[in-house]
Design a protein around this ligand. Structure first.
Ligand code: MBD
Ligand code: FE
Length: 289
């Protein structure tokens, strides 16, 4: 009875022996543990290899990088692909493509109506000055007033506030409420790309598997409006060498910005733009809820 084969052990591990379990959790756990038992056997994983993996998982958890490794191993994009497939089966089409949220969103950023600066007034130039502007529309092209456009991007060193002790709370994070014509606009600078933190559990695994940890320059958005399906997406700055080789697989056709360089500043005084700048037109198109 207490001498077990591998099969008997798995059967015991995944067998429910009290009445208060969650059937869904039981099913998923049984499947994943079973797959891992099989991997250990098939790959002849040795005890030292197994315990090195457990140690790595412990360090991953305490580093707060669990959501970073999921992106790098493709799980975040996988979930998006599956949503796209479900939409296709249901005949739900149109709208701005979704892209992964990533692990660096923070709710509750300062809120403005129609326009704001996302960078700080009065600081020296941190990159190419840009104004991104456009409208939030439904799939029939009707402007959506009162939509909340939540935007966040990296600083000039590729780091995000809240996760970086050198930045102020909510730095480079803002929310903008669209005006009566569904318009939004904001001033910031074109951010650089992102690289995973060196000397971290994520970089340790990525160097061992021979993959880089770079993301192309991008800006994140979460767009919310009553009656419409919440849109989580990212846009890419064109010309980045990692645009087709993103660590997190988030780049998508239709999300690569078109930059209008050397735009005269007329009409942008309220954003403090006084010299030629880069205008970035972009409309967000939202599906019905
Ligand atoms: C990022 O900036 C990011 O957007 C994702 C998805 C993963 C890591 C860093
Ligand atoms: Fe990001």
């Amino acid at each position: 009875m207490n001498e077990l084969t591998q099969t008997q052990l798995l059967e015991r591990v995944t067998h429910s022996n009290r009445p208060d379990g969650n059937p869904r959790v039981q099913k998923i756990t049984a499947r994943i543990v079973g797959d891992l038992f099989r991997a250990i056997d098939d790959l002849d994983i040795q005890p030292d290899e197994f315990w090195a993996g457990v140690d790595w998982l412990s360090r991953l958890a305490s580093s707060g990088q669990a959501g970073l490794i999921t992106a790098g191993l493709g799980f975040d994009r996988l979930l998006d692909i599956r949503l796209d497939e479900a939409d296709e089966r249901a005949g739900r089409e149109g709208g701005t493509p979704r892209a992964i949220e990533g692990p660096l969103y923070i709710a509750g950023a300062p809120l403005s109506k129609y326009e704001t600066r996302v960078d700080e007034e009065g600081e020296e130039q941190r990159g190419e000055t840009m104004v991104m502007e456009g409208r939030v529309l439904d799939i029939n092209g009707k402007p959506v007033a009162g939509a909340i456009v939540d935007v966040w991007h990296a600083n000039e060193l590729g780091r995000y506030s809240h996760f970086d002790p050198d930045q102020a709370e909510y730095a480079l994070r803002r929310r903008i409420e669209t005006d009566a014509q569904g318009r939004y606009r904001f001033r910031s600078f074109l951010p650089p790309g992102y690289a995973i933190p060196p000397n971290s559990p994520t970089s340790e695994l990525f160097s061992a598997i021979g993959r880089h940890g770079n993301r192309p320059a991008h800006i994140h958005f979460l767009v919310v409006a009553p009656g419409l399906r919440t849109l989580t997406t990212q846009v890419n700055v064109p010309g980045d060498s990692f645009i087709d080789d993103d660590f997190a697989f988030a780049t998508r056709d239709g999300l690569i910005l078109k930059l209008e360089r050397n735009t005269p500043p007329k009409g942008y005084e309220s954003l403090g733009v006084t010299t030629q700048f880069t205008r970035v037109p972009f409309d967000f198109v939202m599906q019905p809820a």
